[in-house]
Design a protein around this ligand. Structure first.
Ligand SMILES: Nc1nc2c(ncn2[C@@H]2O[C@H](COP(=O)(O)OP(=O)(O)OP(=O)(O)O)[C@@H](O)[C@H]2O)c(=O)[nH]1
Ligand SMILES: [Mg+2]
Length: 205
């Protein structure tokens, strides 16, 4: 087991969809874009190639506002206490944080606030934060181009351009136009490699 990976981000960013991509037997519930969906943290096994695997933790969505199933204030409290709990365990039960953002939706002040908040929490526990940008099936060129083309958006979100990242599509494959379906497979490989390469136990090898 290579470690524990916690996926965080705003409601609807595609965290559960990302989990379903990484762990095909997971069947994490996906929201309908109107209300947030994941109410409790759940963990799944993600195979990373060969005998290697990690645990990925699906978390509650942030920024649901006052009227969602889990208002932002409550979600923030739940996530913070979950991450702190994992960081304080001995041995530590958190090895990597994936911050998920929907690339097609631009940036919001709250995303910058959230990134800063959870990055400093992770930093304090000496845990790396990586970024996965979702919702990119509309991109005209290679998905990875999003990163350099959106330097201003990243800056607005407080995300350093040097952050390890992957630009992907997590919309379920059957919902993609057939000519775009290869992007799903490509995204799966990109995120798997990103996680694998940044887990401390792999880096120590
Ligand atoms: N267009 C597009 N839609 C996506 C993509 N990834 C996920 N979605 C859709 O976005 C909606 C929200 O996805 P979820 O995976 O439930 O998002 P979440 O971050 O887990 O949301 P919460 O559980 O509320 O925090 C669903 O309708 C997904 O099908 C993507 O890459 N592109
Ligand atoms: Mg979810």
């Amino acid at each position: 087991m290579l470690g524990n990976v916690v996926i965080i981000g705003q409601s609807g960013a595609g965290k559960s969809s990302l989990i379903n991509m990484l762990c095909p037997t997971a069947k994490a519930s996906i929201s309908n874009n109107t209300y947030g969906c994941t109410m409790v943290v759940t963990k799944y096994t993600c195979h990373l190639g060969g005998q290697d695997y990690c645990q990925v933790h699906d978390t509650v969505g942030l920024e649901e506002g006052r009227w969602g199933f889990l208002p932002d204030k409550q979600a923030q409290k739940q996530l913070k206490s979950y991450m702190n709990g994992k960081l304080k365990k001995s041995p530590r039960e958190l090895d990597l944080v994936v911050y998920c953002i929907p690339g097609a939706r631009g940036s919001k002040k709250s995303q910058a606030r959230n990134f800063k908040k959870y990055k400093s929490l992770a930093d304090a526990g000496h845990v790396q934060v990586i970024v996965v940008v979702t919702h990119l099936e509309g991109s005209a060129g290679p998905l990875e181009d999003w990163w350099s083309e959106n330097a201003k958006t990243l800056k607005d979100m407080g995300i350093p351009e040097t952050t390890k990242h992957a630009c992907v599509v997590t919309l379920p494959k059957h919902e993609l136009e057939s000519r775009k379906r290869h992007l799903y497979d490509q995204s799966y490989e990109a995120v798997k490699a990103l996680i694998r390469n940044n887990l401390p136990s792999t880096r120590r090898r």
